[in-house]
Design a protein around this ligand. Sequence first.
Ligand SMILES: [Zn+2]
Length: 107
Amino acid sequence: MSGSSSSQDCPRCGGVDTVQTYSDWRPYDQVEGFCRDCGFAWQTNARIASLAEVNEVREDWNDNLDDEETKLPILTQLAKPVEEWLKWGQEPRPEGIEEVPSEKVSG
Ligand SMILES: [Zn+2]
C-alpha cells in the first residue's frame, strides 16, 4: 500500500472529522472521500479520452506555442498502455497487445 488515509470536516453537512479520505500517488494521483454522516462521497474520475478529444487538447496546446518545432503533431492513434499498467488491472487488455511474462517487465 502506497496510499495514506486521513479524516476531515465535511463541507456539506458540517460534520466534524466525519469524512474519511484516502489518497494514493500510484499508479497515478488519486483521492477519495466519504462522509459517515451525510453520505457525501467523491473519488478521482479516471477515463481514457477519445482520439478526437486528445487531438483537440494537442491543438489547444499548440495554439499557445510560438515555436513551430516544439508543436505536437496530430495523432492518428492513441499511445498504447504499458505492460505494467495492464498488469495493475486498470483496464481490460486491448486486443492485439500480448501479455509479457513478468520476468521481462522492468520496474
Ligand atoms: Zn457530511
